[in-house]
Design a protein around this ligand. Structure first.
Ligand SMILES: NC(=O)c1ccc[n+]([C@@H]2O[C@H](COP(=O)([O-])OP(=O)(O)OC[C@H]3O[C@@H](n4cnc5c(N)ncnc54)[C@H](O)[C@@H]3O)[C@@H](O)[C@H]2O)c1
Length: 447
């Protein structure tokens, strides 16, 4: 990420979080009852935002009142405005929030680097927030999201919708039922090859900005750079450090989610990454991150190792597959939990496979049905349900994932993590990467 803070500035910024803890909540949301409709705004109505919006609006108790997109073309603002014709439309989310009396909840489906600025501003106005994964672009922002949600007493949900799918819900239930006994170690991986740019330099030159695109608004809090066709907006921003979080950030909040949920993990004690040298602009083509967490009631030791691998075709090593029948092939992405009584494979995304120690065949499992991740948020905002990926939960999950992206900057260097103080006491050189600088005039209002 260009324009990073120097260490002194970073620590000063991080200090704001704890100093501000004493401040009162700034706003309260309208109290809704069973007969009230939830008035929803969507920021980022194209790409994943389209299915987020349609998913939430599937609830008969939801009314879509505002839509925002920096791109007015058919696939971005166009089709949403057509489908929800009564909604007010905006290109600038700040204007939407300035006129948000008729909005109770905001769906934030922008690229990663804009999640926290939009969500924090919405929560500070007392709006309930559904925000895509990873919750934020930096570790510091994740902590802010959790604190802002608590302070403003709003209903939150991160968009890691697979958490609500039968596949992940069944996996969590199997671990909680003790089917594999206490868990000894975990290996999680993503072997796919992304289509978005990795390990490349910033291109030179500039392309004409399409008439439908407000490029300055797209860049938002990020440092300014010229528009290039097809390299950033839409979708390909993922590979660029200024905007995205690479393969770990893109998939970690999905694949590590049932690991976090089932083992009730919180913050890691330390992590060590292995990765090729990082280009200053883009994320690496592969990474391994070895996390050590404090043990929980679901783990066998005082600590538990959770290892993440991403690389084309990668799988956990032979020591891990030795726990599985020879006839079984691991899926392209997922997790293996090795327990005292058996091994659980959680494919991304399919029903888990349970292998009890000493048995050749897969054990039968009882499926836990899916619930609707999107409608659950709308129902919870109306006091009718509870969300499961609240920012209390998804903040620490995202902090862990993004700590891995900090580790990728310092391959081979073990980083100790003091979660409470947000410090890396054994290697303070890494601390500036817990946060970043913001474009002038776009600085978020921190909690
Ligand atoms: N949960 C999932 O399975 C899943 C799947 C895909 C993407 N995602 C997440 O969804 C988010 C969006 O990803 P995507 O692939 O749809 O990206 P995208 O670039 O394809 O779409 C983003 C949309 O937001 C709009 N937008 C961008 N900046 C905006 C701003 N400042 N204000 C208003 N609108 C803005 C764009 O025009 C576009 O319509 C990311 O955080 C991504 O990680 C989640």
């Amino acid at each position: 990420m260009t324009g990073k803070l120097n260490r002194r500035q970073a620590i000063k910024t991080l200090g704001i979080a704890s100093a501000a803890l004493a401040l009162p909540a700034v706003s309260y949301s309208r109290v809704l009852g069973a007969n009230d409709r939830l008035r929803v705004a969507s920021v980022g109505t194209g790409g994943k935002g389209w299915s987020d919006l349609v998913g939430v609006a599937a609830s008969p108790a939801v009314e879509v009142t505002a839509l925002c997109n920096i791109d007015s073309s058919k696939n971005h603002l166009g089709r949403a405005a057509e489908r929800y014709a009564a909604a007010k439309t905006y290109s600038d989310w700040r204007k939407l929030l300035d006129n948000s009396d008729g909005v109770d909840g905001v769906i934030v489906s922008t690229p990663d680097f804009m999640h926290a600025p939009v969500s924090l501003a919405a929560m500070q106005l007392g709006k309930h927030v559904f925000c895509q994964k990873p919750l934020t672009h930096t570790v510091f922002e994740s902590r802010q999201m959790k604190e802002a949600a608590q302070r403003n007493k709003v209903v939150t949900q991160m968009g890691n919708q697979i958490q609500s799918h039968a596949a992940y819900r069944t996996a969590v239930a199997l671990v909680h039922a003790g089917k594999i006994g206490k868990v000894k170690e975990v290996h999680s991986w993503q072997a796919g090859t992304p289509s978005w740019p990795r390990n490349i330099d910033r291109p030179t030159g500039e392309d004409p900005i399409p008439k439908t695109v407000a490029w300055d608004l797209w860049q938002g809090v990020a440092p300014r750079r010229p528009y290039k066709t097809g390299l950033y907006h839409p979708f390909n921003w993922r590979g660029w450090q200024d905007y995205g979080t690479g393969q770990l950030g893109d998939f970690g909040c999905h694949i590590l989610d049932p690991v976090f949920k089932s083992l009730e993990l919180t913050a890691p004690l330390q992590l060590t990454a292995e990765a090729p040298p990082l280009n200053p602009e883009t994320w690496t083509e592969s990474a391994t991150v070895r996390y050590v967490f404090p043990g929980t009631k679901h783990t066998s030791g005082d600590t538990i190792n959770v290892t993440w691998y991403d690389a084309a075709g990668v799988r956990p090593p032979a020591e891990v597959t030795a726990y599985l029948p020879k006839s079984y092939s691991l899926p392209n992405a997922g997790s293996v939990l090795i327990g005292e009584k058996g091994t659980l494979v959680i494919p991304h995304v399919a029903m888990p496979k349970l292998f009890l120690t000493g048995a050749d065949a897969e054990a039968t499992i009882e499926e836990v049905p899916s619930v609707d991740h999107y409608v659950q948020w709308a129902d919870a905002a109306r006091g009718e349900a509870e969300t499961t990926s609240t920012f209390d939960y998804s903040g620490p999950l995202t902090e862990t994932v993004l700590l891995g992206t900090v580790g990728i900057r310092f391959p081979g260097q073990m980083l100790k993590w003091n979660a409470e103080e947000m410090k890396i006491p054994n290697f303070t050189e890494a601390e500036p990467w817990l946060t970043k600088s913001y474009a002038k005039g776009w600085e978020p209002a921190w909690v």
